[in-house]
Design a binder for this molecule. Structure first.
Ligand SMILES: [Zn+2]
Ligand SMILES: [Zn+2]
Length: 500
């Protein structure tokens, strides 16, 4: 076959011709293809890019001058200020350490928002990335800000604990959809939260499904059934109402529906295209502070996210690199599987950038992505940059973004490998800002071990006198003794003055 008759070779020749154009123009061309023709028609990706490329290049040939090719900072010219950073990207006095976030060392001031990525992975799990979860904290000038959790993927709770979030204050959890990478820590967390002093009900929000059994209510009901052994077992300890889960199941179809409206904070939701009905995006608006946050959850780039996410201070979408051929070479699975998965489930980085461009947030971020190492980081960013030249970051685990009306600043949280929460604090038993009572009585366990265990197992326990050195012996405590705390005394012992 003569060379020029082979369509593949023709494309290559065309491609070579187009190489003369600047990198910037090429990215512009592919952006157009991703944004319109690819989404509208079922055109193979390569030819669509080339088609728009060659169309573009004809115009470019007659109009391009040097200045068109100059990358400029969308926030205005600022020598030495970079080409993607606004001048509102700067720290301020409440940021105690400009390079690291040291948990427990900063009081989040009023009207200041802090966003922390607790997990950022869909699959496979790795040491760097836990399952997807984003913590949004709203400052109130106390050591316990108002908290909202968006998704609660596998391993994310460990990061919350390491960040010194008291377990009882893990609450108000907004689940985007029922893929396990977005809620796997829920069945693990809630019984231990109750055990750790979370004696009040948990609040969970999420979409309905096409049928009742596909909604979040049904999931929670079955999760509790799955955990029945665990719940009963822990009922030998003080739990109070900690196992109660109040589920707000909203209609998945609703566009910009309100699912939370309390004390000046509104959370809205809208449906996303993620193969199955029942996937949602969220937007949190904190009215007093005039700050907002968007988490798209998983799904295909869509018009609703572009519309309802408009003007958000921080807009977080999921993302995936679009290099199916390379991914196939790297991982081994066929490129068609990569393409199919991306094209029915996900937002490729080009489209993430496109969404940012539509929504125009003060900062665009991507969470829920496969961190493929430094080799692919540059390519990943280039794909985002094909459409978005504004402030951008990858929301890798433990990245922290502080946001005020005037400024935004991003850092990495520093945690210890053996991280554990601070010692039990009586203030955790009352809602943040709530009045500390004179005494705190622990709830009485409802299922002592005698009612859920055969006597013979207790008879087989080795007599403690045989293993304790005689001087160390203490009488075992095997009946609930009743525990009452004196909160002020506890705080006084730690040198903390609690305002009356
Ligand atoms: Zn996912
Ligand atoms: Zn998903």
């Amino acid at each position: 076959m003569p060379e020029q008759d082979n369509p593949q070779d023709k494309k290559l020749t065309e491609n070579k011709k187009n190489k003369k154009k600047s990198r910037r123009d090429f990215l512009k061309g592919s952006a157009i293809a991703t944004g319109t023709s690819l989404a509208a028609a079922n055109v193979p990706r390569v030819s669509a890019v080339l088609a728009s490329e060659s169309g573009d290049s004809q115009i470019a040939a007659s109009t391009t001058d040097e200045s068109d090719c100059q990358p400029t900072n969308p926030y205005g010219a600022r020598p030495g200020g970079g080409i993607s950073l606004p001048d509102y990207y700067k720290p301020w006095p409440a940021i105690k350490n400009r390079n690291m976030y040291l948990p427990g060392t900063e009081i989040l001031p009023q009207n200041e928002m802090r966003i922390t990525f607790l997990g950022s992975s869909p699959w496979p799990p790795n040491r760097l990335q836990k399952g997807t979860s984003i913590l949004v904290e709203l400052g109130n000038g106390t050591s316990q800000p108002r908290r909202f959790f968006f998704d609660l993927g596998n391993g994310s709770v460990g990061h919350a604990i390491a960040l010194q979030v008291p377990a009882p204050f893990i609450n108000d959890i907004f689940i985007s959809h029922l893929h396990a990478d977005h809620y796997a820590d829920l069945p693990y967390m809630y019984p231990f939260r109750a055990f750790s002093g979370g004696f009040t009900p948990l609040r969970v929000y999420g979409p309905s499904g096409r049928t009742p059994e596909l909604g979040i209510k049904s999931m929670v009901e079955h999760m509790r059934a799955m955990n029945r052994w665990h719940e009963e077992n822990f009922n030998s300890c003080p739990i109070g109402d900690g196992f109660e889960i109040q589920v707000t199941e909203f209609d998945w179809k609703e566009r910009n529906g309100l699912c939370y409206d309390q004390d000046g904070v509104k959370v809205r939701h809208w449906p996303r295209s993620h193969v199955k009905d029942g996937a949602s995006a969220y937007r949190l608006d904190w009215e007093d502070a005039g700050l907002s946050f968007v988490w798209t959850g998983d799904g295909r780039p869509d018009e609703l996210s572009a519309e309802y996410g408009k003007g958000a201070d921080v807009f977080v979408t999921e993302g995936t690199i679009d290099t199916p051929t390379l991914s196939a070479l790297k991982v081994g699975s066929p490129s068609e599987l990569w393409e199919y998965t991306i094209d029915i489930y996900h937002t490729m980085y080009y489209a993430a950038g496109y969404l940012f461009k539509q929504a125009q947030p003060r900062m665009g971020a991507i969470c829920h992505f496969e961190w493929s190492g430094d080799q692919l980081a540059a390519e990943s960013i280039a794909q985002v940059r094909s459409n978005w030249d504004g402030l951008f970051m990858f929301g890798l685990d433990l990245k922290v973004i502080n946001v005020t009306k005037d400024a935004i600043w991003a850092r990495e949280a520093v945690i210890a490998d053996e991280a554990a929460p601070a010692s039990m604090d009586p203030r955790w038993f009352v809602p943040p800002g709530g009045k500390l009572p004179e005494k705190i009585e622990f709830p009485t366990p409802t299922m002592p071990r005698e009612v859920q265990q055969e006597q013979f197992l207790r008879d087989l326990e080795i007599d403690p006198k045989l293993y304790y050195p005689p001087t160390m012996y203490r009488e075992p405590v095997q009946k609930w003794p009743g525990v009452t705390l004196n909160p002020r005394e506890m705080l006084k012992q730690r040198g903390i003055d609690y305002p009356e």
